[in-house]
Write a protein that binds this ligand. Structure first.
Ligand SMILES: *Cc1c(COP(=O)(O)O)cnc(C)c1O
Length: 403
């Protein structure tokens, strides 16, 4: 008779989706649907938002915004934190802070949420897709260097893509699922080519590499506080940087580029943005931040739970952090080995029908019609990861009691 965990690398893998469902059903609490990632709120959060309403400070300035920025400086160790309306606006401001502009190229992965590429495109720049490494899904620094050796030339002191003739303006590194990408090596490549390194650390509050917070390895980092991240402000984001000039410029751009005036005149020196975080949202964020350490701990426990639960099942691996990393394990992920990739959609269907909201990896960005013409290197690892990866429910509430 069949054991509860049939060995998957036998010729017949058809039992694997059911085995995976059985494991998930056994370890997840019974509430259905079980979201991929939902926020956890207690009375503390409700009180904080109510207090902000009562204070009258609900909009884009207020004491909670100031306190939230100070708390973010404390957590990340960055000299500056600018609270903004979303992770996407944080990324857009980061691009502008790094002088990414029209008809330049930004080296970035195709394994990411669309917002990373949107931010590049908003500036008129063009994403130039580079491949991922298969362990933590970040840009592969070795192959990035080889690619640059292949296509990059110096012209009039600028780094240029000799195939397209466009200036290469920056590297945008994405830390996927909360795990540090190979950021120390990526920083070395960026330095070698004198390129600004921008980090999409959108999902990475509380994640560190070598005891240093993500978002602080490059010149600018972007964080998100969307409802699906480890800590939420409802919607929101932040830019972190150690560079005083960049911080001042980003704050200025985020605040409609309004100049100081002794009589409160409305004078703006460039086209600016209304990208500041409202005080209401900052109040919620501040209340959430008091639980960040506990959330990270719970999510790391959940990741270990998944690792143990799937250890007996051959033919798949659970994505884990690299050496020296302390990940917030934002999203857990299963990677199907070898021919088992063919079962991905079946596993997604079986689990989703049971109310466990698993999800495939983001569709590779270079395969979206809007980016079909974008320059790229060989993206076979990206394609392969997309075919084999399944995200698993990862909310703090899966293990922890709310509040
Ligand atoms: C969430 C996320 C974003 C966008 O953040 P928003 O606050 O939703 O705009 C960008 N990049 C990655 C990798 C993300 O996970």
């Amino acid at each position: 008779m069949s054991s509860p965990h049939p060995i998957a690398n036998t010729p017949d893998h058809s039992g694997l989706p059911d085995s995976i469902l059985q494991i998930l059903t056994g370890m997840l609490p019974p509430s259905r649907p079980m979201a991929l990632h939902e926020p956890v709120f207690g009375e503390h959060e409700a009180e904080a938002v109510a207090a902000a309403v009562r204070s009258g400070w609900v909009s884009s300035v207020g004491p909670e915004v100031t306190a939230f920025e100070a708390a973010l400086r404390g957590i990340t160790g960055a000299a500056h934190a600018i609270a903004v309306s979303s992770g996407t606006s944080a990324l857009h401001l980061s691009m502008m802070g790094a002088d990414v502009g029209p008809d330049t190229e930004v080296l970035m992965p195709a394994v990411t949420f669309i917002a990373s590429a949107n931010a590049v495109s908003y500036t008129g720049a063009i994403p130039h897709f580079v491949d991922a490494e298969p362990e933590q899904f970040g840009i592969d620094p070795v192959r990035l260097r080889h690619h640059l050796q292949d296509i990059a030339v110096k012209r009039d002191g600028l780094l240029v893509n000799r195939i397209t003739g466009r200036r290469i303006a920056a590297i945008l590194c994405v830390h996927v699922f909360g795990h540090p990408a190979r950021i120390v090596e990526l920083r070395a490549v960026a330095d070698e080519y004198a390129l600004p390194l921008i980090e999409d650390a959108a999902a990475c509050l509380g994640s560190r590499q070598d005891n240093r917070h993500l978002g602080t390895f490059g010149s600018i980092g972007a964080i998100s506080f969307n409802g699906n991240k480890i800590v939420t402000t409802g919607g929101g984001g932040a830019v972190v940087t150690d560079n005083d000039r960049i911080a001042a410029r980003i704050r200025h751009l985020a605040t409609t580029a309004r100049l100081a005036s002794p009589v409160g005149d409305f004078v703006h020196d460039v086209v600016g943005y209304n990208y500041r975080l409202p005080n209401l949202n900052a109040a919620l964020g501040l209340a959430q931040l008091t639980q960040l350490d506990a959330f990270v701990e719970t999510k790391r426990k959940l990741a270990q739970r998944y690792k143990d639960a799937f250890a007996g099942l051959k033919g798949l691996r659970v994505v884990t952090e690299a050496a020296g990393a302390h990940s917030n394990y934002w999203l857990n992920a299963l990677v199907l080995e070898g021919p088992l990739a063919g079962l991905r959609d079946n596993i997604l269907r079986v689990t989703q029908q049971a109310g466990i909201l698993t999800r495939p990896l983001w569709h590779p960005l270079h395969r979206l019609p809007i980016y079909q013409g974008a320059p790229r290197m060989d993206l076979s690892v990206t394609e392969d990861l997309h075919a084999r990866t399944i995200n698993l429910p990862s909310s703090v509430s899966v293990l922890g009691a709310p509040g």
